[in-house]
Write a protein that binds this ligand. Structure first.
Ligand code: ADP
Length: 334
């Protein structure tokens, strides 16, 4: 599909928020402005397109946000967008405003919405492309090695767990910390390796409580350790329940911490700001090059743009060797 004459683009953030989304918005707006393209911010994800909830953006609108967590455009989940009727309203907004390109910053769900929208709008003869920019703290998007927000979330969790470790070490206690990751353990495993966890539980690996928790604590104790850190991804089980089982099975009294949404906030790290800046730039360039529906991704450190449909079919598997690394670095009594 050729879409060489892009004149007015929309930018939105959708789905779960991630630190670095603001840096991506700033990059999209500044890149567009510097190329003489008008930019419209769509508020609250796809629901903003349905409701005509927009704001005109210029270079000044995105000043002083590169360092801010959250998203100035707000984000939302929008069940109405799953239906043709909902998308028909969004199409009406695009036509009304003369939007001929959209940069959608979000996760897989956001890109699915983008594809559904562009297919439906094409039926009306209107030419609209959407370029997706992957942003989710879970880093679980198949087409991209890296997603905006992961580094910040991981560092937030690491900082919190380091603090917990100080008190756990002083009192010789066991800590069970639940980190985000309903379907993916990238964050939990990365954090677990970084804090030197006694055990990490992730959704990708079936939990054998005796092998994965009890024996891990036991061998650490036999090696002389008197405090233990169990990191659990929310999709692998409830930290409260795991704490209770530890108590019941080996008689120690763990302290449970659920980090929750704290992991979604805070100033983005340099990695997230820089990646978001490059991705936003590439997204606008892809629109201007008339490349059709694309998703920006990272591959071996470089940025690539992929056909959106193909990108959505890609799967990223957790590298299980990371588990081997975690285990290889456990204290040993022998
Ligand atoms: P994320 O983008 O973080 O994966 P969600 O999965 O919640 O977040 O998706 C964000 C929004 O994208 C949804 O609330 C919905 O509006 C839209 N969306 C998701 N899947 C589809 C789909 N199959 N068709 C149309 N819209 C969708």
């Amino acid at each position: 599909m050729s879409n060489a004459a892009v004149k007015r683009i929309g930018v939105l953030t959708s789905g779960g928020d991630a630190p670095g989304m603001n840096a991506a918005i700033r990059s999209v707006v500044r890149t567009a402005m510097n190329k003489g393209i008008e930019c419209i911010g769509i508020r609250r994800g796809w629901s903003g397109l349905i409701n005509g909830d927009f704001v005109r953006l210029n270079s000044d609108s995105v000043s002083h946000i590169i360092n801010k967590g959250g998203t100035i455009l707000y984000t939302a989940r929008c069940p109405e967008f799953l239906d043709r009727e909902g998308r028909a309203k969004a199409i009406a907004t695009c036509k009304m405003l003369g939007i001929d390109g959209i940069v959608a910053i979000g996760g897989d769900g956001t890109f699915r919405g983008a594809l559904a929208l562009t297919r439906q709008i094409a039926e009306t003869g209107y030419n609209l492309s959407v370029v997706g920019v992957p942003a989710t703290i879970d880093n679980d998007i198949g087409c991209s090695n890296y997603t905006i927000g992961f580094d910040t979330a991981a560092n937030t969790a690491i900082e919190c767990i380091d603090k917990l470790r100080d008190t756990m070490q002083s009192h010789e206690r066991c800590s069970v910390v639940e980190v985000m990751g309903r379907h993916a353990g990238f964050l939990a495993l990365y954090v677990g390796i970084s804090v030197g966890a006694t055990a990490v539980l992730i959704p990708e690996r079936e939990v054998d409580f005796d092998r994965d928790v009890v024996e891990k604590i036991r061998s650490a104790r036999l090696a002389g350790t008197t405090h233990f850190m169990i990191v659990v991804a929310e999709g692998a089980g409830s930290a409260v329940e795991i704490g209770r089982r530890i108590h019941d099975e080996i008689g120690i009294d763990p302290r449970v911490t659920v980090l929750g949404h704290i992991q979604r906030g805070g100033a983005p790290t340099g990695r997230d700001r820089e990646t978001a800046s490059r991705m936003g730039y590439e997204a606008v360039n892809a629109l201007l090059a008339g490349k059709g529906n694309r998703v920006i991704g990272t591959k071996e450190g470089s940025l690539v743009d992929l056909d959106m449909e193909e990108a959505l079919a890609m799967v990223k598997n957790l590298e299980m060797y990371r588990y081997d690394v975690l285990e290889a670095l456990s204290p040993s009594g022998t």
